[in-house]
Structure formats: C-alpha cells, structure tokens
Write a protein that binds this ligand. Structure first.
Ligand SMILES: Cc1ncc(COP(=O)(O)O)c(C=O)c1O
Length: 398
C-alpha cells in the first residue's frame, strides 16, 4: 500500500474553469483571481483577501506591509522556534529580525506564557503559527499584543477554517497569511493569500505584490477588461510606473485562481473528511501512548487538519528515524516535524543561537514526524498505518 503525504483533488469544475481561463485570452492576474479573493475572504470571515504566489510570499508581504504603518527595517517580530522554515525565512526576507520563542509540547504552537519575556522596545509584531491546523492560543496572544501595542500576523498556512473559541483563525490578528500549496486544505497548486479586515492593509498588499507600484485598486480595470484606467495618468505620470515601496513580484495567475475556486467549492467535504481522519487517528494512536504522543483537539477549538503529527516520547525504546524508516519502507509517506529554526536549521546559524536555547522545539525537531491526514485517506489506510506502527512497536519492545 502507498499512502502519500498529500493529494490534490481535481474535479470536472477544476478542469472546466482552467479551460475557460485558458480560452479567455488572459492568464495573468485577472477576473478569476478577483473571484477567488472574494470567495476566500467570505470563507474565513475576512473583509479583504489579497492573493499572491505562495504562502511564503503571503507571510513576507503581510510583514512588509507593516513598514507603511510605522514599523522600521530591522525591528523585531516574535515567532515560534518550531515551524516550517518559511515562517522564519519570511521575517528575514521582509527585512525584519525574528525573535524566537519556544513552543508548547502539547500544542506544538508558540508557548504563549513565554512571549512577554521576549518583548523589548524593538518588538513590533507577533507572528503565531497554527501548526498542523491546531489553533495557537489567540485570546492570550491578542491580550499581550494589545498591552504592548504590537501587530499580530497569523501564519495560518496550515489551518484554513480552523476555529478557536468561536472565531476562525485569521479573524483574530491584523492580517493572516495562508498557503495554497498542493498538500494544503484549499489549494491553487502553488499560491498564497493574505486576509485582513482592514482596507488600508489590503491596499498596501496589492501594491507590494506588484513591485510596490502606486496602484492599489481592489479591481483593476486594465487587468479585468483591458479597459481605460481613469487614475493612471491623472497626475501627469503613469502610476503603474511609480514605485512607492520596495515591492515583490508575487501575483497569482488565472490558472491558479481557477483551481482555487473549484477547491473552495470542495472545501466543506474536504475539511470534514480530514477532520474525521484526524479524530480517528488520534483515537487509534492512544494504543501506543506509552511511546508515542500526538496533539489533542481541545473543547474550545476545531482543528483544520493539515497533517497528523507523531512524537516519539522520551525514553521510548526506538528513535524517530527508526520509526520513519519502518513507515517509509512500508509505503507510508512521512515528513519530519520540522525543526527548531534558530538552532537546527543551518541557514539560521548566523543569528548566533545555540542548541539548548529552545528545548521543546529541538525535541520535536529530533523526535517528531508527520504523516498525511488528507481527504483521500480511507479507513482501511488508517487501519494499515496503525498495524504498521503496532508491528514496529512490538518488534522494538520484544
Ligand atoms: C507554517 C507554514 N508557513 C508558511 C508556509 C509556506 O507556504 P508555501 O509553501 O506555499 O510557500 C508553509 C508551507 O507549508 C507552512 O507550513
């Protein structure tokens, strides 16, 4: 049996929309991107959505937008020490300084109790990550942010539609950044989107995704209809060639948006299947609780499952790598549970952190893995995964 980490669901609507986009004569950003943005914003209860070319760009642009709101280059952004590396990369690429805070063993998310002691005069924002689709403790994080006058950008790359204390993730902070990469809950193949309730943030994001140019309209007449733009030469200069801020080349194209619209229409079915898979896998893994941990769904949240994390407990008679080897040999696709960005990613060495600075994140980096929980995983595949784990554990404790 082969159980891939992620799959993409393509249906007839996907194919029809992609073909329509191809036939329309306009494949770079246009009306489908606008439609995708509207529908995505509605799904996550945001007033604005700005589609970009990846989840990493969504993180970068949300951070870079803060320069228009008083943040200075080189100032600090608090991030969890464990995430997919894109979170840390994004802070650096935006020209800001990541200040890492260790994670909580049980949630895999930033340890909210450790945030305040990391705040200094240079701190301007907190970027919590909802890892594996499990929401970070946003009520506590928002209270801290309010007290210290900080922006909050949620990295919701893995958590489309997850709910915490009655609100969807992304509804809490100033902006939220989502990945739309294939293995994610909603996908455009490659892509990302930033949401916000604030029009002024959305305007800056629209400028940033297109080289920082002075154009900020929600709907571009030039892109949608090849029509004449009244604003373009209004001040004697072509505003498309006035670059107001250091921008990026990060637009979504029509083909990606077409895939995304069909994906949004499948969202409810996909999330329910992922959720029932997650609940079943959490329950079934209890059999191995002496040796293996995972996350739990708490009563005040609904996880938007990205993947299923498995943590080899301290003192277990086997290593993560041995378990990974066994699963991979038997056709079960695995990923490490990321790593402590500052101390286990060689690319971050220049920041000067040392092993031991982030013990929980480092523990996950050494002992954690994650496997698929996606919509195409069937009951018999969950049975198979558990049989494979049982065989392995039995052999190790023999
Ligand atoms: C937490 C997190 N942030 C950011 C990203 C970056 O998204 P992308 O791969 O679309 O650039 C990912 C990707 O999986 C992620 O898991």
């Amino acid at each position: 049996m082969k159980i891939p980490f992620g799959t993409i669901t393509i249906n007839q609507e996907t194919k029809d929309l992609v073909n329509k986009a191809l036939d329309s004569g306009r494949v770079s950003s246009g009306k489908y991107v606008g439609e995708f943005e509207k529908q995505f914003a509605k799904l996550v209860n945001a007033r604005q959505a700005v589609a970009v070319s990846s989840g990493t760009d969504a993180d970068i642009l949300a951070l870079a937008a803060l320069y228009d709101f008083g943040v200075e280059r080189g100032e600090d952004v608090i991030v969890p020490s464990l995430s997919f590396v894109a979170t840390g990369n994004a802070v650096l690429h935006a020209g800001l300084n990541p200040v890492f805070v260790d994670i909580d063993y049980k949630t895999l998310n930033i340890d909210e109790k450790k945030i305040e002691s990391a705040i200094t005069k240079k701190t301007k924002a907190i970027m919590p990550v909802h890892l594996m689709g499990k929401p970070a403790k946003m009520d506590v994080i928002m209270d801290i942010a309010k007290k210290h006058n900080l922006f909050v950008i949620e990295d919701a790359a893995e958590a489309h539609g997850a709910v915490y204390k009655g609100k969807k993730v992304g509804e809490w902070g100033d902006m939220a950044a989502y990945s739309l990469y294939i293995a994610h809950i909603i996908t455009t193949v490659e892509g990302g989107v930033v949401t916000s309730n604030r029009e002024d943030f959305a305007e800056i994001l629209r400028s940033l995704r297109c080289h920082g140019r002075a154009c900020k309209c929600e709907t571009c007449v030039v892109n949608i209809s090849n029509g004449y733009c009244e604003k373009r030469f209004a001040n004697g200069k072509d505003i498309r060639f006035i670059f107001e801020r250091v921008g990026y080349s990060s637009k979504m194209n029509e083909l990606e948006a077409a895939v995304g619209i069909a994906s949004l229409n499948m969202y409810h079915g996909i999330i329910e299947k992922r959720h029932s898979n997650l609940v079943a896998m959490i329950e079934r893994l209890r059999e191995f609780s002496e040796y293996l941990d995972t996350i739990e769904e708490e009563k005040d949240e609904k996880i938007g499952p990205h993947a299923f994390p498995i943590i080899v407990k301290k003192g277990a008679p086997f290593t993560r790598n041995e378990l990974v080897g066994h699963l991979e040999k038997n056709g079960i696709d695995t990923r490490d549970l990321f790593s402590s960005m500052p101390t286990q990613c060689p690319g971050f060495k220049f920041l000067g952190h040392k092993l031991g600075d982030f013990p929980v994140a480092e523990f996950m980096g050494t002992n954690g893995l994650h496997i698929g929980v996606h919509q195409d995983i069937r009951q018999e595949q969950i049975d198979y995964i558990m049989v494979m784990i049982r065989d392995f554990v039995k052999e190790k404790i023999r």
